[in-house]
Write a protein that binds this ligand. Structure first.
Ligand SMILES: Nc1ncnc2c1ncn2[C@@H]1O[C@H](COP(=O)(O)OP(=O)(O)OP(=O)(O)O)[C@@H](O)[C@H]1O
Ligand SMILES: [Mg+2]
Length: 262
């Protein structure tokens, strides 16, 4: 996972379809990795409609915008969350729609280059869709973690995202996380979703669909404890550590933790 052990691994969490659970998974994953001793920075990459701070019950004074326009230093903006990881918050309405100017993109990239020596991993919580901002963060990342639900709409958008990232960036390897799986058999659902996606990719992505691979790294069940935790603006591990989704998140974090060590 690490080309250079001193630099953070950048992971973009994206989905195509909105509302599938990227933000809640990123926040819980970051907390779990931090509790395992990893130095984690979460970047709210949903520049236009940021809401990680809301999920975390935080009220940031400054945002990435203040760093990019030179008004504040990264040290003044990055917040240490009570869960042991750092958050680079974004504001609302920072980028018009999903358009990222070349100048802004260069500034974000150079900011990430300066931050990556301080962390083991930097997680980008991307927004919905496959607009400029999402594509930019996907390109900046070493790994793309696709979050899907078993719904056909989510799978179709996930496939479209893979196809675009293959065509535009030449990306061939994707990590897959199936969320909101049937709580009775989440692992079977995950496997069947991953197999289905892999089949569709091999069949339809031309000319080299066969070299595109999707690696299933976890399945999280539908669990009422998740909306309850968001309502309370707390993480799952804090307000309901026994919930089935909490244990799936921990398994996912263990997987990434081990991967970082290898
Ligand atoms: N495993 C789950 N079980 C039940 N509800 C879930 C689960 N995962 C996510 N949700 C619910 O789905 C909703 C969307 O979650 P979240 O905001 O994390 O999605 P998102 O992908 O970040 O959305 P956006 O694309 O708008 O950024 C939340 O209301 C959350 O409670
Ligand atoms: Mg989100």
């Amino acid at each position: 996972m690490f080309a250079d052990k001193k630099k953070a691994s950048r992971i973009a969490i994206i989905s195509g379809k909105g509302g599938v659970g990227k933000t809640v998974i990123t926040a819980n994953l970051a907390a779990s990795l931090a509790s395992n001793g990893r130095r984690i920075l979460v970047v709210d990459a949903d520049l236009g409609l940021a809401n990680l701070d809301i999920i975390l019950g935080l009220d940031p004074k400054f945002t990435i915008k203040d760093i990019l326009n030179g008004a504040r230093t990264p040290e003044e903006v990055i917040m240490r969350t009570p869960k042991g990881f750092d958050l680079l918050p974004a504001g609302s309405g920072m980028v018009e729609g999903t358009v990222l100017t070349v100048e802004l993109a260069e500034k974000v990239e150079s900011l990430m280059n300066t931050l990556e020596y301080r962390y083991d991993a930097i997680l980008f919580d991307a927004g919905a869709g496959i607009g400029d901002v999402v594509l930019f963060f996907a390109k900046l990342a070493h790994e793309v973690l696709l979050v899907v639900t078993p719904e056909p709409t989510s799978l179709t958008d996930c496939y479209a995202t893979i196809k675009l990232l293959k065509q535009m960036h030449g990306r061939s390897d994707f990590l897959l996380l199936v969320n909101q799986a049937n709580p009775g058999c989440p692992d079977q659902v995950g496997t069947s979703v991953a197999n289905h996606l892999q089949r569709v990719i091999s069949q339809f992505i031309e000319p080299k669909g066969k070299d595109v691979s999707v690696q299933l790294i976890g399945s999280i069940p539908s669990d009422p404890a998740i909306p309850q935790s968001i309502q309370r603006r707390q993480l799952l591990a804090h307000c309901n550590p026994q919930a089935p989704a909490a244990s799936s998140m921990n398994s996912l974090a263990d997987f990434l933790h081990r991967r970082m060590a290898s």
